[in-house]
Write a protein that binds this ligand. Sequence first.
Ligand SMILES: [Mg+2]
Length: 282
Amino acid sequence: MTRGGQRTDLVIFTDLDGTLLDHDTYGWGPAVEALERCRERGVPLVLVSSKTRAEMELLRKALGLDWPFVPENGGGIVFPAGCPQAPPAESLPDGGGGHVLHLGVPYDVVARSLREIREELSRPDIRGFSDMGAGEIARLTGLSPEDAGRAAQREYDEPFVMNDPGKTDLDLLERAAQERGLQVTAGGRFLHLFGGCDKGKAVSLLTDWFRSERPAVRTAGLGDSPNDLPMLMRVDEPVLVRSSRPIGDMAEAVPGIRITGKPGPDGWNRAVLDLLTVSVNA
Ligand SMILES: [Mg+2]
């Protein structure tokens, strides 16, 4: 479907940090043109992040979005009050007029597992958000103390640090996580321990939900880190947003992936404008 050379059949799933938001400042100024174009065209924009529900609620309101969003690496899907499409029957009221689907292993189980893994691997340098106060989270992330407090309100996913993790460390971590039915992934700043769901599963569920009303919808996804790969593998049009991370392995993992010329919101803006535009003959 097109209107005035612009596609209207698209749903866009996007990571936040390092993708729509600048890695360091968390600003999205360079992306306003494409954001506005999505709004004009009614193209749903779905935020998919390792951030918490509390952090993402603020952001989606600031961005003027009523579409569902996916916090904590796919741990849940939140359908805000005012969402233009009815939430799925199996979702639960969230107490604030919206609905939520819980997909991930609960946070207390995950945080306890990280403490067990730290003992098992004899790595006291493994430290999760549950071991830190808001002050330490603020220092590590560059967030304000208030935003760091929201980042600490976790429901499913435990971000953590360890000193200079090499491939052997990551293999050991992954094995210890798997033994507990959990998995480890790398975001832009932290490693993450979580289970039961990933960004890809949440995106698949939401794709089915969108197609239940609009069967012809095509999906695009944008991300910059390994934790975005499950999402990028499940969309029709994957885009890797450039970052300081080497992109070779990630690009190889997703056939047909486009890579932005610029990092963060500059790259996002160009990529989304391109996604929204179709040539007259297309
Ligand atoms: Mg990111």
